[in-house]
Design a protein around this ligand. Structure first.
Ligand SMILES: NC(=O)C1=CN([C@@H]2O[C@H](COP(=O)(O)OP(=O)(O)OC[C@H]3O[C@@H](n4cnc5c(N)ncnc54)[C@H](O)[C@@H]3O)[C@@H](O)[C@H]2O)C=CC1
Ligand SMILES: O=C(O)C(=O)Cc1ccc(O)cc1
Length: 380
């Protein structure tokens, strides 16, 4: 990928206050259309770097709210033309908004962050729009709920940010979009729209459907059964809280790859059920074990926190459910020189005990357990 153009320093430093500013690669003004979760998060992140951000939304309340949170200022007719327009509207209007932005700001580069990439490209091409100044993009970062109120400046940190461009895109247009992605902490990846949509079908859209269907099974369950739920169910149903309206659009716009994946998945489910129907049958247990082992192999491929396939080792420490216990554990980990890569807390329903699941590098895991036990902690 080409190197983003360096910005002249002073203009991009935080406007107010003495606090040392984060220097931005991005040249402003940047105009954000759609000031919900994604748009306001882009605005917040760029404002932290002193970039001039203007905002626009169909909803006057949303745009005012995003401005109140510090994501930028509401655009007025007297504002200078943006250098870059970031479109963060729902997928079904993305092509329309891109077309309008290209016409309204003919000198600006236009990008969008929609979760699907082929449909907007195909639609814009069908309309005969010159796409030299349009670069599709997609940060693989989100939250279950939308809206400016959920926005975070650090939403994109360490997350892949896919760039899908036309072969003709000039290098300087590409550099502007890359600069925003890098300033917001994203990890750049380039794909064709087709590659992108097939890939997100597997890693984002299929998990969404499976998670939703699984969670829907809980609706008729008894309180007693639900009361037994733990981390396994929470992990596999987390994204089932997502906004159905957004997902109807995303899945509808990527239906062919998702249907193909769902058909293959249904065949896997049927094969599993068949093997389990008569587990005593010769070969059935092996079939079940093979399917479960394939899952082990698949999960080991999910990139770790640092964007590699490296996985951390989990240590589970029991903590009394009393004030200060977690703080004490974290302090002691620091004293022992153990770098915590991730932390998850789990409460045991009805018991005065909690579990702190700490992710550490595999090479320090054994020593970490030994040192913690020596200091009186109980580990699992
Ligand atoms: N929610 C997520 O986790 C992720 C969403 N995306 C993509 O980002 C885009 C935005 O999603 P969210 O921020 O979650 O949605 P959101 O609902 O929080 O924000 C969308 C905003 O666009 C506004 N809007 C709708 N039509 C408009 C138009 N014609 N002109 C101006 N504003 C308009 C809405 O009023 C709303 O405030 C979508 O295309 C989505 O696929 C990408 C990555 C993650
Ligand atoms: O939370 C997760 O794991 C997600 O996958 C969130 C997400 C939702 C929609 C996108 O287009 C990109 C990312």
């Amino acid at each position: 990928m080409s190197a983003p153009e360096a910005a002249p320093s002073g203009e991009h430093l935080r406007a107010a206050g003495e606090r040392p500013a984060l220097v931005a690669r991005t040249r402003g003004p940047v105009h954000v259309i759609g000031a919900g979760l994604l748009g306001a998060s882009v605005g917040l992140g760029l404002r932290e770097r002193g970039v001039d951000v203007t905002l626009e939304d169909l909803s006057p309340t949303t745009v005012a709210l995003a401005a109140d949170y510090g994501a930028g200022r509401v655009r007025t007719a007297s504002d200078e033309s943006p250098v870059l327009v970031v479109i963060a509207t729902p997928p079904d209007v993305t092509a329309d908004v891109v077309e309008r932005a290209l016409r309204t700001y003919p000198d600006a580069v236009v990008t969008d962050v929609a979760s699907v990439k082929l449909a907007p490209f195909t639609e814009l091409k069908r309309r005969g729009i010159d796409l030299a100044k349009y670069v599709g993009s997609h940060p693989m970062a989100g939250r279950e709920r939308g809206g400016a109120i959920m926005a975070r400046a650090d939403l994109f940190v360490g997350r892949p940010w896919v760039i899908c461009r036309d072969g003709e895109t000039p290098a300087d247009a590409l550099a502007l979009v890359e600069a925003v992605a890098l300033d917001l902490g994203g990890v750049l990846m380039e794909m064709t729209p087709e590659e992108h949509d097939r890939s997100v079908g597997l890693v984002s859209h299929l998990p969404q459907v499976v998670s939703s269907l699984l969670a829907a099974r809980l609706v008729p369950a008894s309180e007693q059964a639900i009361g037994l739920a733990g981390g396994g169910l929470r992990d596999t149903t987390r994204v089932a809280s997502s906004d159905p309206e957004l997902w109807v659009q995303i899945l509808g716009a990527n239906s062919a790859p998702v249907v193909e994946l769902l058909d293959a998945f249904s065949a896997d489910v049927a094969a599993f059920a068949d093997a389990l129907r008569d587990p005593a049958r010769t070969g059935a247990r092996r079939r079940i074990a093979d399917l479960l082992s394939a899952g082990n192999n698949g999960v080991s491929r999910i990139p770790g926190k640092h964007g590699s396939s490296e996985r951390f080792t989990q240590i589970t420490v029991l903590i009394d459910d009393s004030p200060g216990q977690l703080a004490k554990l974290l302090t002691e980990l620091g004293e022992l020189g153990i770098n915590m890569e991730d932390l998850r807390l789990e409460h045991s329903p009805g018991a005065q005990i909690g579990f702190a699941e700490i992710a550490v590098l595999p090479e320090v895991a054994e020593r970490a357990v030994a040192d913690l036990v020596e200091r009186g902690w109980r580990t699992l």
